[in-house]
Design a protein around this ligand. Structure first.
Ligand code: FAD
Length: 396
């Protein structure tokens, strides 16, 4: 389905061509032409001063060929030679869905000069097939090219489920894919399951984290969901076998209005936080910016990264990139220390996957103790410096 052109009214002025974010409109001699890239976003309709464009009625009934969509796909995010760990996590989650449906689990890998080890790694996490598109134009991530490539693959192979990481890459281009193939997308799922009828049960926090909503997409395919890194557990499948299919797409798929001039590796704390094995987080209990030094000293001593509650971030004591929680980062380190943090649900959803949680709070009723493995009821200004001192003494 695409926008409708009234040939009598079209003046071929070209304004709609310039505003279309999907490059779906081209100028012909007497009228414009709209391609399948049209997502019915309506930008052209709003801009056309001649009233030559309109949107078709979109029905809410089921798409005609739901049954022709088969298989579970995981987008395996690849950047500069490395697969993002979320790809492995999603393959493990996808494996369970595929087994319940008795269908194939596929990893979709886009990139350039992709090596055998990378591909085999995806199979070792449970992929039955790896669809590989290796092209110079996919060497660096660009929304348009990646979205067009995945859309083309969906049209060719018709998967019933597509999962991707809620990383900066996934958040950036996956909504564009969903819009292009006119299906639904549930972002930031924390749980995935499948009904007997094949409906993907996509659970995520809603209403500020106060309820967990399970969302389904009954009328469109593929059913699409993103999941934040570290929410699902990666599980290797020793001895699992899979095949590799190298696919070729039309050159049109790789066209993009964006040119990558240089790639500068990310330096900011965010990356460190999500990868860190130990995190020491500070909250509003620290009272002022300078007191974050207490948390930083402890973190440095035990080789951890520094996290924060939104309370501390909103006070301006620390940069938002350190925030853990629903609107911050989801983390799952081996050790998470929450210092002067109350334990609001919006914070807890971002750190409850940690292996060991140590909470320091002077209020014995603080909700953080409900999720803590070890609780220290104490004034942080007494406990943390004494703890630091003790570690230093022990180390001599
Ligand atoms: P407070 O609630 O003020 O708690 C401070 C704690 O420190 C208290 O428990 C207190 O007993 C303790 N304390 C005080 N002094 C001391 C001391 N001397 N020694 C020991 N303990 C002490 N929050 C997040 O963290 N991350 C999110 O991503 C997030 N997203 C949100 C999204 C939405 C839509 C909404 C509505 C809220 C969100 N919040 C988030 C905010 C969340 O609801 C809380 O307001 C916030 O987590 C509170 O931060 P805090 O625990 O540091 O502060």
């Amino acid at each position: 389905m695409k926008a409708i052109v009234d040939r009598q009214k079209c003046t071929v002025c070209g304004v709609c061509t310039d505003v279309c974010p999907f490059g779906a409109i081209s100028l012909k001699e007497t009228c414009i032409e709209i391609s399948d890239e049209c997502t019915l976003c309506g930008m052209c309709v709003d801009t056309c001063e001649f009233g030559a464009l309109s949107l078709p009625e979109v029905g809410t009934g089921p798409a005609a060929d739901l049954a022709s969509y088969k298989g579970v796909w995981v987008f395996a995010e690849w950047r500069e030679g490395v697969i993002h760990k979320v790809g492995h996590e999603l393959l493990s989650a996808g494996r369970k869905l595929a087994d319940k449906r008795s269908v194939e689990l596929a990893a979709v890998l886009l990139g350039y000069q992709l090596d055998k080890t990378t591909i085999e790694e995806l199979i070792s996490y449970g992929a039955d097939v790896v669809y590989v598109v290796d092209h110079p134009e996919l060497a660096h991530f660009r929304d348009e090219a990646y979205a067009k490539a995945i859309v083309e693959l969906i049209r060719q192979k018709k998967p019933e489920i597509l999962l991707a990481g809620a990383t900066s890459m996934g958040r950036s281009f996956i909504p564009r894919v969903a819009a292009s193939v006119k299906t639904g997308l549930t972002a930031d799922c924390t749980e995935l399951d499948i009904s007997d009828e094949g409906l993907l049960l996509q659970t995520r926090p809603a209403f500020g984290g106060n309820v967990m909503a399970t969302i389904v997409c009954p009328n469109r395919r593929p059913q699409m969901a993103t999941v934040r890194p570290k929410v699902m557990k990666p599980e290797k499948k020793p001895g699992h076998h899979g095949r590799v299919e190298n696919l070729t797409l039309s050159e049109e798929c790789f066209k993009s209005r964006v040119e990558v001039l240089e790639v500068i590796p990310e330096q900011d704390q965010t990356a460190k936080l999500t990868e860190a094995d130990i995190i020491v987080s500070g909250g509003r209990g620290l009272r002022k910016s300078e007191n974050f030094a207490i948390v930083e000293e402890l973190a440095q001593l035990i080789k951890g990264a520094v996290g924060a509650s939104r309370g501390a971030v909103e006070e301006g004591w620390i940069a938002p990139s350190h925030q853990v929680g629903q609107t911050g980062r989801t983390v799952a380190p081996t050790l998470y220390m929450a210092v002067g943090i109350a334990g609001a649900i919006q914070h807890v959803v971002g750190m409850q996957g940690s292996k060991v949680i140590v909470a320091v709070n002077k209020d014995p009723q603080a909700p953080i103790f409900d999720v803590a493995t070890y609780g220290v009821v104490a004034d942080l200004f007494e406990f943390v410096p004494a703890f630091v001192q003790k570690i230093k003494q022990e180390r001599g």
